[in-house]
Design a protein around this ligand. Sequence first.
Ligand code: NOJ
Length: 538
Amino acid sequence: MKKNWWKESVVYQVYWRSFYDTDGDGYGDLEGVIQKLDYIQELGADVIWLNPCFESPDVDNGYDISDYRSIMSKAGTMETFDRFLQEVHNRGMKLIMDLVVNHTSDQHPWFKESRSSKDNPKRDYYVWRREPNNWRSYFTPSVWEFDDQTEEYYFHSFAVEQPDLNWENPMVRQEVYSFMRFWLDKGIDGFRMDVINLLAKQAGFPDAENPEDISYLGNNPGIHEYLQEMHREVLQHYDIFTVGEIPFVTPEDGLLYVGENRRELHTLFHFEVCDYMIHWDMQRYKEIQRRWYKGLWEKGWNSQFLNNHDHTRLVTRFGNDSIFRVESAKCFAVLLHLLPGMPYIYQGEEIGMTGVRYKSIQEYQDIAMKNKYKEEVEKGRDPGEVFKSLVHLSRDNSRTPVQWDESPNAGFTKGTPWIKVNPNYKEINVAQSLADPDSIFYFYKKLIQLRKENKIMVYGDYQEVLEDHQQIYSFIRELDHQRWLVVLNISELLVQVNVPESLSIAGKEMLLTNYKNEVDSNVEWALRPYEARIYRLL
Ligand code: NOJ
């Protein structure tokens, strides 16, 4: 199998506005990331993914860009960015940035011109129609917004303030390629491409039979031509890494984006887990992994993640964020780092940060949640019920500031944080993690180190055992003459299981575990809640 530096990397995602604030404005900033780079390096991550830090009215936390060649003042200046990139490289790490080109902000000069008149040269930079169809957007009941000025509707896959670009227009594509080169020429190491499979729209916008299933927004004819053109014009000229955010995708379609012979992207995030699995569902999760492994192995490369800035923190959503918080955090860490694909760590995951429960909708900031709340309440639903139904998956669960220490506001800011810190910061914080040799932080560090020393974690093939077991997830990775066995009890139960002789762990070297005093046994595994073990069989 082809070896690449990025396949061997571990990515650490920095949602800078919640990372570390150095100027007291309540928002994290690039200077703050610079000051904490040693921390990320200590963990062992190779690549940093930085969420959008470009000029933006910030309606959707930077995913509504009004100037692609600038740095948002909350984040810093271009000088800070250049220093940041240099400091990342000085430490032997790499930086990928968010590329958000499905839509811009409605405050982008292109859109201001586009909406000003029907014959403006930039009119065709966006998608305008005389009549709406019945599609809904991610954040609103309709993808169409009527604009008084020219009495037509423009298309937006997300908020009203995020009009979609018209990728059919070659001038739009050239503009995008040009600012991609601007950042690549500065020396960044690649892009995380925001909803990149949404660029091509369905011809004629036919009404959908079930408008609630918004998969019509993605994977439309023309998308692969755009990505191949982007590859030809830009990507192939740099030694970089790309990961596409690709919702509504099957492994078969996924391969069209990341197949090694396709000349499009290197890897993808699919959302079969994070968009559809509300709580842990063992059979479903195993089935997803099985299918994606079969679909991509030796042909394209996958990613592994269970949370990010859009998806509730993994201990709260899939594990246990109270008595087994530490065990479940470590158990999922083993899962993510041992499955085939590149592991992503979302800031704070490495100390087992949890989701948050604010008391009222006013304390939440997430535009997706707030819009949905408003929509449902306007339909006449009980506000309390609506609120309750939205908290579990609110994106703010993972957007609370990183908990650095037990000082006020978790040491994140000297000012007023843009979003309230999680009240549990006195028990869960970085200072405490760094002081405890058994912490989740050091467990992640060991896992990353193990990956660096053992290519089997990257290139080894994958074979499930005990496929139908409801609590145990176990699999073998195999490379050349090496064989590792991973055994995970993803449950709060004590589980005992008789295994065939071939899976005997007696006398085998245990490479890592999240419990002390493990019980060795011949044909029986006995696992405590969220116990995770890695054995060398050969
Ligand atoms: C995906 C991003 O991760 C999310 O935060 C954003 O709201 C949408 N794309 C729109 O850009």
